[in-house]
Design a protein around this ligand. Structure first.
Ligand code: PLP
Length: 401
């Protein structure tokens, strides 16, 4: 039995632990991009430019739309074999065994279940800051200490710092490209983390945005039976955020741990049919990757010409320097019908911008120009040449400072 497997005969203690965990899972609300974006967003008026939740304005591809229409008459049946078809399509393409994959209605669920399964009051949750916040919310329910490590000077996950802040880690969360910065953490660094992590801990590699980048996936590490869980979603490049389909890919004993918390329900057949059709579309990822990169590049060139700073990104979002408390800029932009955001407290004078269509980015540019012209610029903005400050009481691991 591996160190992650549940004992065959559950003891009273493990039963009680499971009950407590199940109760926590029932009681807590999963934090997702829309819930995090909505926390700062007022109701959006018609015609607004909404680039605050890393959504894909293109929506599902034509083949996915057709698959949804074709499957809808069968909506009265569970048709679980459709999920099996999706598993087959993905695992065969990746050279994985089918038992290494579980399909969920989005990747938010397996993200949260991973935190609940592998962290506890004795096993901390280690994350980058700024990083995607959902896992930190889940850690509040497992009672885990949340250990944050700043990004490196090039905005990748600082593996050395993550190891330094998490000697008691249960789970290391690595999001690459990172949300919100769109910056990469190398495969080499993930391998280093796996090699040096505390015994019994797991590395959760969130590849929600990997298709937008040239990054190397960690799926080979799953294939090699390492202590790693990879998350994928159809919400981003595939444009299916509202349809809900995601995946956890890992050794079967790690996946079994997640199942204690949920994910046993039937999948919506519309989501599964659309996901399978999207996977089978030969050029979809490359076409959308190129389009996103071109619009992002044009936006960066405009920002450069106007003298604004941003963190260079390989994803569909980036962090923009607002040169004053970012909340003021977000509100002023919203008054002009352009919804951006959100803010990460560790970088209070930056806001995240999602790359939308070219038209949306042009609307963003004119609104931003107007807002910044009217603004008093402030000298305390963290310069990109310096590391953004780390004001919430944590200090740099001494090896790094
Ligand atoms: N992981 C990251 C880094 C995200 O940004 C998101 C959503 O934006 C998710 C996971 C969850 O996405 P979903 O539940 O739509 O698959």
């Amino acid at each position: 039995m591996s160190e992650f497997e549940a004992p065959a005969n559950g003891s009273r203690r493990s039963f009680l632990q499971l009950s407590a965990a199940a109760a926590a899972a029932m009681a807590f609300r999963i934090a997702t991009e829309p819930s995090l974006a909505a926390a700062e967003r007022k109701p959006v008026p018609p015609g607004a430019v909404v680039i605050d939740a890393n959504e894909n304005p293109l929506g599902p591809c034509d083949a996915a739309r057709k698959a949804i229409a074709d499957i809808t008459p069968q909506g009265g049946r569970y048709s679980s074999w459709l999920t099996e078809d999706l598993v087959k399509a993905f695992t065969e393409a990746q050279g994985l065994k089918p038992e290494y994959l579980r399909v969920f209605p989005g990747s938010s669920e397996p993200l949260h279940f991973s935190v609940l399964a592998f962290t506890s009051p004795a096993k901390s949750y280690v994350t980058a800051d700024p990083g995607y916040e959902a896992g930190m919310r889940a850690a509040k329910f497992s009672g885990a200490r949340i250990a944050k490590a700043p990004l490196t000077k090039t905005y990748s996950h600082d593996i050395k710092a993550m190891l330094a802040v998490g000697p008691d880690a249960g789970l290391f969360y690595v999001c690459t490209p990172n949300n919100p910065t769109g910056t990469m953490t190398s495969h080499f660094d993930i391998e280093r983390l796996l090699a040096e992590k505390p015994k019994g801990s797991v590395v959760l590699v969130d590849e929600a945005y990997i298709h937008f980048s040239d990054g190397i996936s960690a799926l080979d590490l799953v294939k090699a039976d390492r202590d790693v869980i990879v998350l994928r979603t159809f919400s981003k490049i595939y444009g299916m955020a509202g349809l809900r389909c995601g995946m956890a890919i890992a050794r079967p004993d790690l996946l079994a741990k997640l199942e204690s918390y949920g994910g046993w329900g039937a999948m919506p057949i519309t989501a599964v049919a659309a996901a399978t059709a999207s996977l089978k579309h030969e050029h979809l990822v490359e076409e959308r990757k190129q389009l996103n990169a071109a619009i992002r590049q044009k936006t960066f060139e405009w920002l450069d010409r106007q003298g604004y700073s941003y963190v260079p990104s390989e994803s569909n979002c980036f962090m923009l320097d607002t040169r004053r408390p970012a909340k003021e800029v977000i509100d002023a932009m919203a008054a002009r019908n352009v919804f951006i955001g959100r803010i990460w407290p560790v970088w209070p004078t930056y806001t995240r911008i999602t790359v939308g269509t070219q038209g949306e980015m042009e609307a963003f540019q004119s609104a931003f120009q107007a807002v910044m012209k009217n603004a008093k610029t402030v000298s305390y903005a963290p310069s990109l040449k310096k590391r953004p400050s780390y004001p919430d009481g944590q200090s740099w691991p001494s090896a790094l400072s």
